[in-house]
Write a protein that binds this ligand. Structure first.
Ligand code: GLU
Length: 474
């Protein structure tokens, strides 16, 4: 039974990198019908941000990454908020001390600072590892502050990573890291091991920045006599300048992306592609489709670049796939803003704009010519392929006006038939009528639908008025 967990620290809003971690954990579990756990890692009280945990719950809810166990949900391994699990850690650390895998350390800040090398890097020198039992007991009894450190043995440590393969590190590279801080709280480096074991986590997926710490975690699992989970380290995520994407260099938060008009399903789809690709070239997926095909073995090692242009394309693809009534719901306020005419058929306007926008809010701009013909330059009448220019266009509009004035049945089809016949009778091509009509009616170089459809949308009276105005202008 696969069990994965997303283990955010409540230090701010989730950004795309955080969402990717959550998503990959979710998918690894769901692909196998496993369990996805949410654990809030709040043992670092200095970095805690009020409200951040609630914002994380909300983002997971909006993006559909529903967790099976976690804060507010049933489960047999709770509580799922680390600060509420405090009692679990110290006994395990004491067990490690008793087994010779950890030791008490009383070194104060001044002493630790003095260990800095020329580059300012401090590696603990094991000063306290040699203290006698009596001295330790005495100092603890005397109320002296202490931490508990891992005692890294000699030798080499190897582990297998699903993405990066077999990794071996010389233990000399590993510091005797702090497991329990002087305030009694565990460090992340300790708590992650205890909790992943306690919660029976089988696959630990996290950023590749944790690769170099993993040997230390493996030593802890072994010292405690526990099975080691499978590690899945995710490739680095960078911005366009090649810098690691993160809060510090302005990664856009998920709530901000939603506010900008990105659909949750598009954000999820795009996050999936940041370091993973299927064996075919498909790029657009629903979450359910991802659950079906996602496999950790297809995660890539190479850094992935966050690209707003690609995300925007993915959004447009998801907009196209929305049910018409769902798109109408999203576009309606923007369509109403742009087209105020009481006769406006908003469902129709939504239908003609849906496949042409990257965001629902762009729908309004595409049809705002309906209420008011914008100022336009007569050069708009020039179109090479349609073989029109202002002179031809004037002729085309005059022919169109004459035939449309007499048309009683005003529908897209009857207009198209009348325009075709008139073009032929006057030795013009269809385009030499349709392009000028479209320009005269919209005043825009591109429109979300063709000339005859615009005629229908505007109605006969308004269409003829605009064609006349076009002729005037020319
Ligand atoms: N709390 C850690 C973080 O937010 C979790 C890393 C992990 O998944 O173990 O980076």
């Amino acid at each position: 039974m696969i069990r994965t967990r997303y283990a955010p620290s409540p230090t701010g809003f989730m950004h795309i990198g955080n969402l990717r971690s959550a998503l990959y954990e979710y998918l690894i579990a769901k692909h196998e019908g496993g369990t996805f756990v949410l654990r809030i890692e709040d043992t670092d009280q200095d970095r805690y941000v009020e409200g951040a945990a609630d914002a994380i719950f909300e983002t997971l809810r909006l993006t559909g990454l529903d967790f099976d166990e976690g804060p507010g949900k049933e489960g047999s391994y709770g509580p799922y908020i680390q600060s509420q699990r405090k009692a679990n850690y110290l006994p395990q650390a004491e067990k490690l001390v008793a087994g010779g895998h950890a030791y008490y350390c009383f070194c104060d800040k001044d002493r630790l600072d003095s260990l800095a090398d020329a580059h300012g890097i401090k590696k603990y020198d094991r000063y306290c590892a040699g203290l006698s039992k009596e001295e330790i007991a005495g100092r603890i009894q005397g109320g002296e502050a202490y931490v508990i450190r891992q005692l890294v043995p000699e030798g080499k440590t190897s582990f297998r990573d699903e993405v990066y393969g077999d990794i071996t590190m010389d233990n000399k590279e590993l510091e005797d890291q702090i497991l329990i801080k002087s305030d009694g709280m565990p460090t992340y480096n300790f708590a992650n091991v205890i909790d992943d074991h306690d919660m029976a986590i089988t696959h630990v997926a996290r950023g590749s920045e944790y690769l170099t710490s993993t040997p230390k975690y493996k030593l802890l699992y072994e010292a405690l006599g526990w099975d080691v989970p499978l590690f899945v380290h995710l490739p680095l995520l960078v911005n366009e300048n090649g810098q690691k994407l993160g809060k510090r260099n302005g990664a856009t938060s998920i709530p901000q992306l939603l506010e900008m008009g990105f659909l949750p399903q598009a954000i999820v789809n795009y996050a999936a592609l940041l370091g993973w690709s299927p064996t075919n070239n498909q790029e657009i997926f629903t979450l359910a489709q991802l659950e079906e095909i996602f496999e950790a073995k297809n995660i890539s090692k190479s850094p992935s670049t966050f690209d707003m242009v690609k995300l925007t394309w993915v959004n447009a693809e998801h907009i196209k796939r929305l049910a018409p009534e769902v798109f109408l719901g999203l576009a309606l306020p923007h369509l109403k803003d742009a087209v105020k005419s009481p006769a406006a058929d908003y469902a129709r306007l939504a239908a003609i704009t849906q496949s042409r926008v990257s965001f629902a809010h762009e729908a309004g701009e595409l049809v705002n010519f309906i209420d008011a013909l914008p100022e336009y330059d007569i050069e708009l009448y020039t179109h090479k392929k349609m073989k029109t220019n202002p002179e031809v266009a004037k002729q085309g509009l005059e022919v169109a006006l004459a035939t449309l004035e007499t048309l009683s049945d005003w529908t897209h089809d009857t207009i198209a038939a009348a325009v075709s016949a008139a073009a032929e009778a006057n030795g013009l091509s269809k385009g030499q009528l349709l392009w000028p009509i479209r320009t005269a009616l919209s005043g825009k170089p591109t429109t979300p639908c063709g000339a005859t459809e615009i005629c229908e949308l505007l109605g006969k009276e308004e269409s003829l008025k605009r064609i006349k105005a076009g002729i005037e202008k020319l």
